[in-house]
Design a protein around this ligand. Structure first.
Ligand code: GPK
Length: 851
């Protein structure tokens, strides 16, 4: 070591205390410094947006210290690491969560209060980073919170989209999509890393050649190279000194210029070609549980997978005297849905072509390191890419997949002979357009495959991938497919979203340990009939409803009666999720009210029904359902006979920060998918943790929530999963009676009661109704794919039971406490512990306070 260097290092070391101090005064000083020197404002003249930004930088300093020391600790301990690959992270606002997890709530409050600012007002300045569509992306975000909180050495990898999920505007009752340039003002929580970039090749061709050792090999050459540049997002754990990282890749042009190209071709054309590289990470595709098959989407997937795998392999080979055989002891990768499953071929390419690992060993390493999570049984969501497209874009990968498939099929034929199971298990789908099935590739290349709730995992085995499951059983590996029931983080969804409830739990249980061990909430059960707790519990709901009322006034100019039962359905708009059925029920309820005398009406429970969610921009029926809800709401809310007793509103632009206001305020929420269609659902968990009860079908995680909380806490209706096929078969024969109450609802829609003066909307609404009634018989039935007509009567019964139960306030309160206190299973801390134990083999590595 150079002595001069050592002296410099010592000088630098002495310049700073080890960590930034966290007393209110130091926070204030740090804030003022960032205002002046980072943001170029003055201490005397700044906006709330500036204040938010400066406060964000105060936090970022502290996050960086913790992130760097956590990384150094993981390296020193040479731990096995988990890597979560996901095309989506619906992280939501950072600030409040970072303050809570860094244990800075008290000093921050004091620091800003003394400067005349409320923290809440700062939080509101932050735009939601909406780099995900819905449940799948939000699950990834909750997972990151739990990985950090459990001190697990796990990172997330994804894409830093310039445009996140579109903003939903409602114009004349219809969804209009607006671009969300969330990064416009810069995000103080992210750290650009111009020093961390990887080249990613696209297109080009495969050539035979010699490698550095002079051996024969295949080389992928030519095509376009884009650079993936890292943006790090620190993820602090709660009650630990660990901070993990979410590394998102942004596409940039290469730094080198091809001189020939620049002198020969038109300069502006050449610059334009480079600029195009940036399109790769420009926009998140707004599709949920369906894919569009666009070439740019496949490019995005390969781009982030390649950069992530290059990055994690670089970390592995940095270790002194590394051996490839150790890779599975140091690396576990989780592929979130089929979006990152090109990883199977890319892992092989990097090992075989770049690292020169022999094929068989490379395949063993790949199948030990990779794992795949399935999130849906909707066939339209399972990605299949045309071989032609993929061969142009990723020629070497198609060769690798071809070779893998050949070996795989040979083995299968030896075992089963030629037969339909071979075609079912092949990675290639034959037909007019030959395709690569990413689901099959993922399962083949994985150590473990998992579903996201008990029922869903059973359906995967029996219906989605039955031949794979048979193969697993026949080869003595039935536990290759495992269940990992989803969860949510109680830090964001209880502590931050509902501080009044968090305070109740901490007060009654004597500590905030429940926030990292939700089984502690069982201690609340002995108070479930305590009138004192009941009073505090109802006060908590009132506080949340007041906040919701303010939000609705501001966004919709809607006034709600805060004594009304609040009934919420918020999730992506999908036919299988049956927002349409909910809307049909509200029309029915309206018709009942209209028939009553004013005196009878007075006895009916007041209700406010809120429905919110985005529709994929090309999903025609989903968009029509939004229009219908808006039109029905307009009629009901403005009818003087009913306006006070029943309200229906569509909440525009549903997003994480809106969920944080809506969920705590609910009495009832709707999780009413056709049995067997919703893989899990996660908002169901958030609602119950906040003391809301559920109207639900026996689907997804509803089943397990009911098991934990007790049958009396859930209003269950509808057919069971094993009944669906029989009902559909009967419907095909024409036996599909329509309940008279539902017929009355259909009649009102057909009469144009909800489309006065809108002939186009009228025709559209009729088309929705016609589709449900399409029972032509003779095997042509396809209209009511999700059994709305079948389940409607029992849905009406369930709603009647809700009203009756709600009338007994003490009983309701008891059920609410009982349910909220029984939700330990649905903390992502439980989910992630299971992934770490069963799938990844990754162990906690809590770093000590001082390094
Ligand atoms: C499933 F397939 C998909 C998808 O593309 N997007 C998405 O959000 C959801 N999901 C399921 O629909 C939910 O049931 C589930 O709780 C969630 O993923 C997380 O597993």
């Amino acid at each position: 070591e150079n002595p001069d260097q050592k002296e410099k290092m010592e000088k630098l070391w002495k310049l700073m205390e080890t960590y930034e101090p966290n007393d209110p005064e130091s926070i204030q000083k740090s804030f003022a410094r960032h205002l002046e020197y980072s943001l170029a404002c003055t201490r005397f003249n700044f906006t709330m947006q500036d204040a938010y930004r400066a406060a964000g930088l105060v936090l970022r300093d502290r996050l960086l210290e913790s992130l760097n020391d956590t990384n150094a600790y993981y390296r020193k301990m040479d731990v096995k690491r988990g890597y979560y690959l996901s095309a989506e992270y619906l992280i939501g606002r950072h600030m409040q969560n970072a303050i809570a997890n860094l244990d800075l709530e008290q000093p921050f409050k004091e620091a800003f209060h003394a400067l005349g600012m409320q923290l809440e007002d700062l939080f509101h300045e932050e735009v939601d980073p909406a780099l995900g569509n819905g449940g799948l992306g939000r699950l990834a975000a909750c997972f990151l919170d739990s990985m950090a909180t459990l001190s697990l050495p796990c990172w997330g990898y994804g894409i830093r989209y310039s445009y996140g999920m579109f903003k939903q505007d409602i114009q004349n009752g219809r969804q209009v999509e607006m671009p969300d340039f969330w990064i416009g003002d810069g995000c103080p929580f992210e750290i650009p890393r111009p020093d961390i970039t990887y080249p990613v090749r696209l297109y080009g061709e495969v050539q035979e050649g010699l490698n550095a050792q002079g051996e024969w090999c295949l080389n992928w050459v030519g095509g376009d190279i884009v650079q993936a540049m890292a943006y790090d997002n620190p993820i602090p754990g709660f009650d630990t000194y660990n901070t993990n990282n979410l590394r998102l890749w942004r596409a940039c042009p290469t730094k080198e210029f091809d001189l020939d190209q620049y002198s020969a071709a038109n300069f502006t054309d050449a610059v334009e070609a480079r600029r195009k590289a940036e399109d790769l990470s420009a926009v998140l595709y707004p599709n949920d549980a369906s894919y569009e098959g666009r070439e740019l989407r496949l490019r995005q997937q390969y781009f982030f997978v390649s950069a992530s795998l290059q990055d994690l392999l670089r970390e592995f080979i940095k270790r002194p005297n590394y051996k490839w055989s150790e890779l599975p002891e140091k690396v576990a990768v989780q592929m979130n849905d089929t979006h990152p499953t090109i990883a199977v071929a890319e892992f092989m390419r990097l090992l075989v072509d770049v690292m020169h690992v022999p094929w068989d060993e490379a395949w063993e390493l790949t199948t030990k390191c990779l794992n795949y999570t399935n999130h849906t049984v909707m066939p339209e969501a399972l990605e299949k890419w045309p071989v032609e497209m993929m061969t142009r874009m990723l020629p070497r990968h198609v060769q690798i997949i071809g070779e893998l498939n050949l070996r795989w099929i040979n083995g299968l034929v030896a075992k089963y002979g030629d037969g339909p199971i071979i075609a079912a298990l092949s990675i290639f789908e034959e037909g007019d357009v030959k395709k690569i099935r990413m689901g099959n590739l993922a399962i083949m290349g994985s150590n473990k495959v998992n579903g996201v709730a008990a029922l869903h995992t059973e359906i995967i085995k029996k219906e989605t991938f039955p031949d794979f499951y048979k193969y697993c059983c026949d080869t003595g590996a039935p536990d290759k497919i495992v269940n990992m029931t989803n969860g949510v983080t109680p830090r964001r969804w209880v502590h931050c979203a509902n501080p009044a409830l968090s305070a109740i739990f901490t007060k009654y249980l004597g500590s905030h340990e429940w926030l990292t061990d939700m089984t502690k909430l069982k201690g609340m059960l002995k108070f479930k009939e305590d009138p004192k707790l009941h009073a505090e519990w109802m006060e908590m709901k009132k506080t949340a409803k007041k906040k919701l009322a303010g939000f609705l006034k501001e966004t919709l100019d809607l006034e709600i009666d805060q004594d009304a039962l609040i009934d919420i359905q918020i999730k992506r708009i999908h036919e299988y999720k049956r927002q349409f059925m909910n809307c049909l029920y509200v029309i029915h309820r309206y018709q009942q009210l209209k028939k009553m005398s004013p005196a009878e009406r007075e006895k009916v429970q007041k209700r406010v029904v809120l429905i919110g969610g985005k529709a994929a921009s090309a999903y025609v029926n989903a968009k029509l359902i939004i229009k219908l809800i808006n039109n029905v709401g307009k009629v009901i809310n403005n009818d003087p006979d009913t306006g006070k007793l029943l309200k229906l509103a569509f909440v525009p632009n549903y997003r994480v920060s809106a969920a944080e206001v809506l969920i705590p305020a609910s009495d009832i929420s709707e999780h009413i998918s056709t049995a067997g269609t919703e893989a899990s659902g996660t908002s169901n968990m958030k609602f119950v943790m906040n003391g809301g009860l559920i109207v639900g079908t026996m689907d997804g995680a509803n089943i397990e929530i009911r098991e934990e909380c007790g049958e009396d806490t859930m209003f269950i209706f509808g057919c069971l999963e094993h009944e669906v096929a029989g009902i559909a078969a009967k419907a095909k024969e024409g036996h599909y009676p329509i309940d008279s109450r539902l017929q009355a609802v259909f009649q009102a829609i057909r009469n144009g009661e909800f489309s006065k003066g809108e002939p186009e909307a009228h025709a559209e609404f009729c088309s929705l109704v016609d589709k449900l009634c399409n029972t032509h018989g003779a095997g042509t039935w396809d209209g009511d794919r999700y059994l709305v007509v079948h389940d409607f009567p029992s849905f009406v019964d369930a709603q009647a039971k809700v009203d009756a139960t709600y009338a007994d306030k003490a009983k309701w309160c008891k059920l609410s406490i009982q349910a909220a206190s029984s939700m330990a299973k649905f903390s992502t801390d439980r989910t992630i512990s299971e992934y770490a134990d069963v799938i990844w083999g990754v162990k906690p590595a809590p770093r000590p306070m001082e390094m």
